[in-house]
Design a protein around this ligand. Structure first.
Ligand SMILES: Nc1ncnc2c1ncn2[C@@H]1O[C@H](COP(=O)(O)OP(=O)(O)O)[C@@H](O)[C@H]1O
Ligand SMILES: [Mg+2]
Length: 353
């Protein structure tokens, strides 16, 4: 096991810079998820850690070695990809043992390691099968087995569940977490799916356009997003974000009048006229007897919850309700934010502490 340290890391393809000075410390044994929209540089960052992409600037250390110039095979990492990349003409056992065979490990040791990985992953009954005779979930397990047998210092995963259907994804999510709890190996896991990030990570690194937007534990990001990007990215349905200004001690936008957080210390209280973005999560808006009037646009019962899309002023807002109530489009409701759960951001999008 090992810690991974990334310092001032940059990457350019020709004249185009795609990673702009990234700094992350990943502690020994931690499960860290890199999350962000498609194209933000997650795979590039992971592939630089793996040694599959060159580094344009900065350093990467694994354990106490700077690995910038080490080839992938000498970095003591194992990577699991989205497309399992199994050899179709090799059995499950041979697929799992292949990296060890390439490293010229002796056969008895290979067999022992394959058996151990197969036990961990529940693959014993399938060791003699070919990949074509496996389900998608089983294939992904074989790909993980091939990483486990190497007993690496660090596991790197690049969107390993994207090819699976929704139900299997949820199951494999907890399998990978369980595996991590069992092996305790430092893991860097890339996904574009914030739910995967929230449910799996010890720490989340949110990336945007080749930069880190925020690093924190899942609930820290949910409770105190550092900016409007993280606020909108983490949480589902997304946080409602409304642009407006302070007016007479309240928040105002066309057709919208909402209370400001009460607990804000006087020094942080934005002055009259200050332009702000007001953030309130759908689950933190309640239907009240009085408050911000809004007109119901769409009613979506999910079973456990009711999702309402409502129009207030020029803004569409989402409200999530846990109690069963009936609503109909066109109905007027009144919204009240839960005090203490209001987020304020300045004009640059940064959180006002
Ligand atoms: N080999 C390459 N040549 C040029 N541009 C690339 C190459 N690989 C990735 N990119 C660009 O780098 C950016 C980040 O890509 P990537 O790391 O794959 O994003 P993600 O994994 O977050 O979806 C994208 O804009 C992509 O087009
Ligand atoms: Mg990618």
């Amino acid at each position: 096991m090992a810690e991974v340290k990334i310092r001032d890391l940059t990457k350019s393809y020709g004249a185009v810079q795609v990673v702009h000075g990234v700094n992350v410390d990943i502690e020994d044994g931690q499960f860290v998820v890199l999350v962000g929209p498609s194209g933000c540089g997650k795979s590039t960052l992971l592939r630089m850690i793996a040694g599959l992409e060159g580094i344009s600037g900065g350093t990467i250390s694994i354990g106490d070695r700077v690995v910038n110039n080490l080839p992938p095979a000498q970095r003591d990492i194992a990577m699991v990809f989205q497309n399992y990349a199994l050899y179709p003409h090799k059995t499950v056992g041979a697929n799992m043992g292949f990296p060890l065979k390439m490293a010229r490990m002796d056969k008895a040791e290979i067999d022992a390691r394959v058996k151990r990985a197969a036990d961990i992953l529940g693959l014993q009954p399938y060791l003699d099968r070919f990949p074509r005779a496996l389900s998608g979930g089983q294939r992904q397990r074989v790909a993980m087995g091939r990483a486990i047998v190497r007993d690496p210092q660090v596991f790197l995963f690049d969107e390993p569940l994207s090819n699976l259907d929704a139900k299997l994804r949820v199951q494999m999510r907890s399998e990978i977490r369980e595996l991590h709890q069992r092996l305790g190996t430092t893991t860097v896991y890339v996904t574009h799916d914030q739910i995967e990030a929230m449910t799996m990570a010890d720490r989340i690194v949110v990336m945007r356009d080749g930069r880190i937007s925020q690093i924190g534990a899942p609930l820290e990001l949910y409770d105190r997003p550092a900016n409007t990007f993280v606020a909108g990215f983490i949480g589902s349905p997304s946080m409602n974000l409304i642009d407006g200004a302070v007016s007479q001690g309240r928040f105002a936008a066309p057709g919208i009048d909402l209370p400001l957080p009460e607990a804000l210390p006087a020094a942080l209280r934005p002055a009259e006229g200050t332009r702000l973005t007001y953030g309130i999560r759908p689950e933190h808006l309640t239907i009240a007897d009085q408050g911000q009037p809004a007109s119901v646009v769409v009613v979506e019962p999910t079973g456990a919850e009711i999702h309402l899309v409502v129009r207030a002023g020029q803004q569409e807002l989402t409200v999530v309700l846990r109690e069963r109530q009936s609503f109909h489009p066109g109905q007027t409701v009144h919204l009240a934010p839960v005090p203490g759960l209001i987020h304020l951001f300045d004009q640059t999008g940064a959180r006002i502490a």
